[in-house]
Design a protein around this ligand. Structure first.
Ligand SMILES: C[C@@](CO)(OP(=O)(O)O)[C@H](O)COP(=O)(O)OP(=O)(O)OC[C@H]1O[C@@H](n2ccc(N)nc2=O)[C@H](O)[C@@H]1O
Ligand SMILES: Nc1ncnc2c1ncn2[C@@H]1O[C@H](COP(=O)(O)OP(=O)(O)O)[C@@H](O)[C@H]1O
Length: 297
């Protein structure tokens, strides 16, 4: 947890917004509001975006960057405005964002940014909401936001908001992205997407003390959105085929990023040096704890 006091100097600290990957993802149903019920396992990566906050006393929420999404759809601004309902009238902020995560990449970049805004401004504006309340606010912004506030690698159900911590191995991963944005809404609306029966939380996952291997999760089958994305986006299919010469790659979330667990960081750097043209990539370590984990109680 970042221990921080509300001082103009310290508020310029860099606040991390790490990526997540989905180590398995099953679609188990569809709710009446159109959202799909999932069973998935989230792990964080030690790679992501970075935010800084200039706290002001003018009550305004502003941004100091432009990555193409409008002010109205900007998840950072929306998160700040949601929290502002609980803050003093004069609380204001200018947010800056260093964007490393590919947008529409299945790595939860926008959701992670929004979660970091909620966590940071809750402290910097002295709002004092609990972690559960922040997660509830976050869910209004996106299904992926709660896990970043929960702060632990997790088995997730519902739309991703029913979370229980799991203790996973934390290998190095190579992550590749085809440099295209995949729309989550478009993938979930594909007519070939069918729900499968609920999977019982696998026994190894229930024992919190036990370290769950990535192979154990992969043995539960591929991400069920993967065949749909592969069929619609040949670039994603190509990256998965290319990476399979080195092991068993998987797609994260609704794509288009794909990842491969590694034996070592060096192995990832060697593969990365030869990555397919036009793809983006990085090597990062799996993390079971979010760097801003809010310890309560
Ligand atoms: C698929 C996952 C898996 O972690 O990750 P990403 O690929 O986005 O990273 C998430 O469930 C995505 O969460 P998030 O990206 O926050 O999605 P949202 O903005 O809430 O939803 C975008 C749209 O996708 C559809 N959607 C999303 C989540 C879900 N469980 N069922 C859905 O049907 C809905 O049409 C929704 O309007
Ligand atoms: N701060 C933000 N960072 C990234 N994307 C954002 C942000 N605010 C709004 N968006 C919008 O959300 C979409 C999905 O973003 P992202 O979270 O990166 O992908 P995914 O949901 O696939 O992991 C982007 O294409 C963009 O239009």
């Amino acid at each position: 947890m970042v221990a921080i006091v509300n001082s103009p100097t310290l508020s310029r600290l860099v606040w991390p917004a790490p990526a997540k990957i989905n180590l398995m993802l099953h679609v188990v149903g569809k709710r009446s509001d159109g959202y799909h019920e999932l069973q998935t396992v989230f792990q964080f990566l030690d790679y992501g975006d970075e935010l800084t906050f200039d706290i002001t006393q003018d009550g305004e929420v502003r941004r100091n960057y432009d990555f193409g999404f409008s002010v109205e759809s900007d998840l950072c601004l929306r998160a700040a405005l949601l929290l502002k309902q609980f803050a003093a009238d004069d609380c204001g902020v200018i947010i800056d964002l260093l964007k490393r995560l590919p947008m529409g990449g299945g790595l939860g970049g926008g959701s992670s940014d929004a979660a970091t805004v909620l966590i940071a401004l809750n402290q910097l504006w002295n709002v004092g909401l609990t972690r559960d309340k922040l997660a509830e606010l976050g869910l209004q912004l996106g299904a992926d936001v709660p896990v970043f506030i929960y702060g632990r690698a997790a088995w997730a159900e519902g739309v991703g908001e029913q979370l229980s911590a799991i203790n996973l191995r934390q290998p190095w991963y190579l992550v590749l992205n085809p440099n295209i944005s995949v729309s989550t809404a478009q993938i979930f609306s594909n007519k070939h997407l069918t729900a499968t029966p609920h999977m019982k939380k696998i026994r190894a996952l229930e024992k919190d003390a036990e370290i769950v291997s990535i192979d154990a999760l992969f043995s539960q089958g591929v991400n069920q959105l993967e065949p749909i994305v592969r069929a619609e986006y040949p670039e994603v299919n190509y990256l998965l085929e290319w990476l399979s010469q080195y092991g068993s790659p998987r797609m994260s979330g609704s794509g288009g990023s794909v990842f491969l667990p590694l034996d070592s960081q060096q192995q990832g750097l060697d593969i990365l040096a030869n990555k397919p043209r036009n793809s983006l990539g990085f090597v990062a370590k799996g993390m079971n704890f979010h760097p801003l984990l809010i310890e309560e109680g």
